[in-house]
Write a protein that binds this ligand. Sequence first.
Ligand code: IDP
Ligand code: MG
Length: 139
Amino acid sequence: MNGNRTFTMIKPSALAAGHSGEILAMIEKAGFRLVAMKLVRLSKYQAGLFYAEHSSKGFYGDLTSFMSSGPIIAAILEKDNAVTEFRQLIGATDPSKADPGTVRKLYGKSITENAVHGSDADSSAEREGNFFFSQLERV
Ligand code: IDP
Ligand code: MG
């Protein structure tokens, strides 16, 4: 059975460009409910912990520098089949390959600065949500 929660971040470039309101509107219009949300700035070390699964990749240094370059919005979202539906809403990792109308196509600037994060599995959604939010911060 597929789970009903996923985790997202509006990445520094999209927030700095003033697109967080539009992105949150797309998320809500697509039927996701906000369970938890906060504006935070990660240190490079914290970004490295979050993206530990990518630590052996060539882009890890650029990714963690970028993700700690400014504030982000982190959120837990709820909808049936949340992980899959949210990844459809955001589109492919590389914005130039993302479908028209997806968040990354509209607001992504490059494969690293691709506007938003979306969990890739229910287990990731749980781990990532727990990284940012305690039980008390969820409604
Ligand atoms: P995802 O965010 O679509 O799940 P992942 O493969 O999990 O993609 O990669 C995590 C993040 O690392 C991406 O969102 C993107 O910001 C960055 N990234 C992934 N692949 C590359 C790459 O080939 N070059 C530069 N950055 C990348
Ligand atoms: Mg991923």
